[in-house]
Ligand binder design. Structure first.
Ligand code: MN
Length: 133
């Protein structure tokens, strides 16, 4: 049996963090958690996750700044990142993609489609890896 994919969830809202953790673990994925940029950097230093779910509204360094930081680091440049945001406004999606996010999940999270969206991003990432290999 292949090892489960690991998802790093960066989210400062405890309820959202717990909901996301529950849904991902129920789907057989491994979850690591960070509540701000500092914790996220520590988690990334501890090991490369297969995908990052990144809240855009974080205290201190915001999610998009953190994604831009990841993209400049060769170790993390290709990790799929899905933006999480509660305040989607016109142009936000384009801004997040331009900043290095691969996709976007709106909050409140749709519990029926959330895991599928994460799995689809993991599958796209794997397919890209196979093309490169
Ligand atoms: Mn937040």
């Amino acid at each position: 049996m292949p090892e489960a994919d690991t998802i790093l969830v960066v989210e400062d809202n405890e309820q959202n963090l717990e909901l996301v953790e529950f849904l991902l673990e129920e789907a057989g994925l491994k979850v690591r958690k960070a509540r701000d940029a500092e914790e996220a950097r520590a988690q990334l230093a501890a090991g490369r996750p297969d995908l990052v779910l990144m809240d855009m509204q974080l205290p201190g360094t915001d999610g998009l700044t953190l994604v831009e930081e990841l993209r400049r680091d060769p170790r993390f440049a290709r990790i799929p990142v899905l933006a999480l945001t509660a305040h989607a406004m016109r142009g936000d999606r384009e801004r997040f993609i331009a900043g290095g996010c691969d996709g976007y999940i709106a909050k409140p999270i749709n519990v029926t489609s959330f895991v599928d969206e994460v799995q689809a991003a993991l599958a796209r990432s794997r397919a890209e890896g196979e093309v490169r290999a």
